[in-house]
Design a protein around this ligand. Structure first.
Ligand code: BGC
Length: 253
């Protein structure tokens, strides 16, 4: 089995990427970060990913996993919460494969982050229902049952008090409204209580860049379910995408 693959994590504000050791679930190069092109248009993002891949893989023969902040079904992006609406209904697999001149594996960003955590991080070996929630520009969620991913959960958009709750509880809401950790934690309490009442999970893992400071808000939450920070921090999407891309390539051989 090949060991190294490229993971690219496309977000509403930044695109992050690295070479990944897919056996250890660790980064095998420095992490590259560039700003997401203004407007988040498909061609501009594909072009940016192509440049990043050239930088990380001069020979151009490594598997590439790309994770994206949208529902991704059979390679098609079906929503677009923090990027251009032109992604809705787009064959993203075709767009990226054409631009990068090889088959790529495209999936939802929270699903990729969850895969990294379940295989190499805080959820390793955890049975039952695990929810991974990433707190960033939006709220991404991934569901796992006995370690198996149930893709495209999209629970960040739960309606609570008549609003799409990611607009209130994502990390971007905290930044936008200048909330203290205590005030933000009140919103997270509402969100995670709702989630645990609906799904009764065995474990909740919290990821996204802000999970590096989890000690400032997770202890403020009072839930029935254990809630713990992700271990792969904000490289989770990169690691999960590369891991799955490598697996998909091996299956084809
Ligand atoms: C999108 C999800 C994504 C999440 C995190 C949400 O707005 O609907 O698909 O996983 O943001 O980026």
């Amino acid at each position: 089995m090949r060991r190294k693959a490229i993971g690219i994590d496309i977000g509403g504000t930044g695109i992050k990427a690295a070479l990944v050791d897919t056996k250890k679930g660790t980064l095998a190069s420095d992490r590259i970060r560039i700003e997401t092109p203004e407007g988040g248009e498909p061609e501009a993002i594909a072009e940016a990913c192509t440049r990043i891949a050239e930088q990380l893989d001069e020979k151009g023969n490594r598997a590439i996993g790309i994770c994206f902040p949208a529902v991704v079904k059979h390679g098609h992006t079906q929503s677009a919460a923090n990027v251009s609406k032109r992604w809705i209904g787009l064959d993203a697999h075709e767009l990226f494969s054409h631009s990068l001149k090889r088959q790529v594996h495209v999936l939802n960003d929270a699903d990729a982050a969850g895969v990294a955590e379940l295989n190499f991080g805080a959820g390793e070996g955890q049975d039952g229902l695990v929810i991974m929630a990433t707190l960033g520009t939006g709220i991404g969620t991934a569901l796992f049952y006995d370690g198996k991913l149930i893709p495209n959960a999209e629970l960040g958009h739960l309606q609570i008090d008549g609003v799409d709750y990611e607009t209130r509880a994502a990390y971007s809401a905290m930044e936008r409204e200048n909330l203290s950790f205590e005030d933000w934690a009140k919103r997270l309490q509402t969100y995670f209580s709702h989630l645990e009442n609906l799904l009764v999970p065995d474990l909740i893992i919290v990821g996204g860049g802000i999970s590096k400071q989890s000690e400032k808000f997770l202890p403020l939450l009072s839930l029935k379910t254990p809630i713990i920070p992700a271990q792969t921090k904000n490289s989770a999407g990169i690691i999960g995408a590369a891991y799955l891309a490598n697996k998909a390539l091996e299956r084809k051989r």
